[in-house]
Design a binder for this molecule. Sequence first.
Ligand SMILES: [Zn+2]
Length: 363
Amino acid sequence: MFEYTLLATSGRARAGVLRTPHGDLPTPVFAPVGTQATVKTMTPRDLSELGATLVLANTYHLYLRPGSELVARMGGLHRFMGWSGPLLTDSGGYQVFSLKTLRKVDNDGVTFRSHLDGSTHRFTPEKVMAIQEELGPDIAVCLDECAPPLDRAYNEQATARTHVWAARCRASQRRTDQALFGIVQGGVFPDLREQSAHLITSLDFPGHAIGGLSVGESKEQTYATLDLLNDVLPKDKPRYLMGVGAAQDFFEAVARGVDMFDCVLPTRLARHGAALLKGRRLNLRNAQYAADESPIQEGCGCYTCQTFSRAYLRHLLAADEILGLHLLSLHNLHFLLDLMRRIRASILDSTFGQLAAAWQAAS
Ligand SMILES: [Zn+2]
């Protein structure tokens, strides 16, 4: 049901298709993040029109509100949020570990307090699997522990826990219509990463997520880790780099064999009034755009750029009009989705190297 087909390679870059119960997923793919079962300000119809093929939702947030049981009663996440394409949920682990003072981790799981009302909850591998099975995404991921990338001692401990938890998640999986991805951890330490990749792949997951990157290490360390993992992770299964979604990272990571990405960046930047451009960001709140008749980006095919001036967008932001957030999100999502489509097409016609070089030169 989750067969991954590798269609073409260009260097180490891969173009393929992952079959899911809600349709074929062309890879490499960028998934917009719908934290609360909504990609902020975007309807599923908007997302479809933008060509989004995969959406991510957050287990931690949906477990706390409205509750995974309720989502299950409403027919599952696809039906609840009106998205009929492939869906992915994270394990909630990353959010829980981000709580810092509100959580306590032990070998069996993690106890934490809700950021909403302070109530106490506990995630174990089995619990996280049960929640994701209630939510019902096409792709679920294992509970893992994400340690600060440069802390050796913590990474040794967290990696060991992550492996035990991965095996427990695998053993407690009941639904056969969900693909469960194992997560490789190990910070920036090559031996830990390699060990983690070997252990996780030995559990025979249909796909592999790379966690613990883009969380404070240098770009060189990120890329070195991806180089290493490209050699260890099986070639016949998709690789998902969690939480990474800057344009330059797409090129660098795809060139190192990564197939899937997610990031809150395009919608978060939109809420701060920033538009994504090649190699830079445009802060539309700046006064210099007050009478600028040009679109965000000349030649951009998105509805926002086809229709509105920077001056109008700046006015919407200044007046706190909701439409401003929607139009900026739309451009930013288009920017990344369109870029990923071009990257995929370039792998298919063996011009990925040229596209990457052209991008680098223009950035
Ligand atoms: Zn645009």
